[in-house]
Design a protein around this ligand. Structure first.
Ligand code: PXG
Length: 460
């Protein structure tokens, strides 16, 4: 074994190929090409082992909200490791960073959330939520309320419960998912519809997509339904921004049938939509909330389930134990880093400043790409956006089969120093909140070059 710095890129690629199984990866294709070895980062840019620099318009994987290279976070981890690298909170103990992070989260999240349960990833937080939502109804004497309703194309993680809550067909097809007690309804995806919703106005479509929840509850029987879960904006599903009529209607339906509303803020949380939480942007009053990613800006693996007063009061009144937890629930180093991240977001007014400096500028930059022959629609909210690639701009017709144009565009952009992600033929983006206007100019230039390159390749 030698240090990474001493190894050549070719040697690292070879080791990677032989020893490393990557998440969500076709290894036949990866082996043919070899991984890009990312070796450093600063601000909104990453570097690879050959010294190439890339503008990271995905903020890692929708997570590095305060940008790369914040030494205060490294310092917080260092100090905490020296002070107390680990202790649990299982047997009537607690430690300072977990307590203080819970306090900070109670302050920055919507008013009804005052308690936090910690984990390591968004996936395990959603597993916690499945168990907690069912446990809540058990404690309330309605144990038959077990079903959780989610949406097609949702992403809620990769564990058995997370992938089951998610609505990704490709994930369900591997390994007998979903687990029992999870149901899926229509998603509020308006662009390019060719079904019974195609003739509706966007607002009417929002109401119709929400009506699908009521229909499903009626079909199942409300007395069997525990909760509904949704991302304020579906991220990994292709940045699906719902019509403004959607969330108010969902909220009404959840209240009407007294089912818990779970808001998965793993991507939308911590400024992504231009407010602290997607719940703020869409005025969603949830009962449980999933946090991860931007909670530590990706500097440490840490997640939280925010528990509303309604749920917390039922648990507090019950003389029994919620038999659930992880070795690393409330890990002191992860919590110390997340706490510092929140302090920086607050002290430097990162979210408000980003809105003032860059939000309209980013929207205009995206809009400037709308005239490109490959682009069917651009959309964004705050600092999350999408570019829909289409085969026929005038008719809005999608590519058939889907996926090739998106992959070509992603690779062309990456090769040219811009990181975007492709979801089928939808290019998605979620830059760090600290992007400058110069970064956005760089994005607009490189995205257009990538689109041009993709068009030439599709034509050839
Ligand atoms: N909920 C949402 C809304 C997410 O986006 C998770 C839960 C799960 O979090 P963890 O930390 O377990 O990954 C996510 C994660 C992609 C991509 O390709 C997106 C995610 C994860 C991996 C890849 O867009 N989102």
């Amino acid at each position: 074994m030698s240090t990474a710095a001493a190894r050549t890129t070719a040697a690292l690629r070879d080791l990677d190929r032989r020893h490393h199984l990557h998440p969500f990866t076709n290894h036949l294709r990866l082996a043919a090409r070899g991984a890009r070895i990312i070796s450093g980062a600063d601000g909104a840019h990453i570097r690879d082992s050959d010294g190439n620099r890339y503008l990271d318009f995905m903020a890692g994987l929708w997570c590095v909200n305060i940008g790369y290279g914040r030494t205060e976070l490294a310092e917080a981890a260092h100090q905490q490791m020296l002070q107390l690298p680990y202790y649990n909170s299982f047997f009537q103990t607690a430690q300072v960073p977990a307590v203080e992070l819970a306090e900070a989260l109670a302050e920055v999240t919507p008013a009804q959330y005052k308690r936090a349960f910690f984990g390591c990833t968004g996936s395990d937080a959603n597993d916690t939520i499945v168990r907690l939502a069912r446990y809540y109804w058990q404690v309330r004497g309605q144990a038959q309320r077990r079903i959780i309703i989610s949406r097609r194309n949702a992403y809620h993680g990769s564990t058995m419960a997370g992938a089951s809550l998610g609505g990704m067909q490709t994930m369900h097809a591997q390994g007998g998912l979903p687990i029992p007690g999870i149901e899926h309804i229509e998603q509020p995806y308006y662009f390019g519809r060719d079904d019974q919703y195609a003739d509706l106005s966007e607002d009417d479509f929002g109401r119709a997509a929400a009506q699908a929840l009521q229909d499903k509850i009626e079909e199942l029987g409300a007395e069997r339904v525990a909760a509904f879960i949704g991302e304020p904006i579906q991220g990994a599903g292709g940045v699906i921004i719902p019509p403004s009529t959607y969330w108010p209607a969902i909220q009404r339906i959840c209240k009407k049938y007294d089912i818990l509303l779970i808001v998965d803020e793993v991507i939308c949380g911590f400024g992504r939509t231009g407010r602290w939480f997607g719940s703020d942007t869409f005025a969603i009053e949830g009962d449980l909330m999933t946090l991860a990613k931007g909670l530590s800006s990706g500097y440490q693996p840490v997640s939280a389930v925010m528990v509303s007063d309604r749920v917390a009061e039922a648990l507090d009144a019950h003389d029994g134990e919620f038999s659930h937890g992880y070795t690393y629930s409330g890990h002191p180093v992860a919590c110390a880093v997340a706490l510092k991240n929140i302090q920086i977001l607050r002290d430097e007014r990162i979210i408000d400043n980003a809105c003032e400096r860059a939000m309209d500028y980013l929207r205009d930059a995206l809009q400037s790409l709308a005239d490109h022959p490959l682009v069917g629609e651009v959309r964004c909210r705050g600092f999350i956006g999408a570019i829909e690639l289409v085969a026929d701009k005038a008719g809005g017709r999608r590519f058939d089969p889907p996926g090739k144009a998106g992959t070509l565009c992603r690779d062309a952009c990456f090769d040219n120093g811009l990181v975007m992600r492709a979801v089928g033929d939808t290019m998605v983006l979620s830059p760090p909140l600290i992007i400058s206007r110069a970064d956005i100019d760089e994005f607009a230039d490189k995205a257009r070059a990538g689109l041009d390159h993709t068009r030439r390749q599709l034509a050839g």
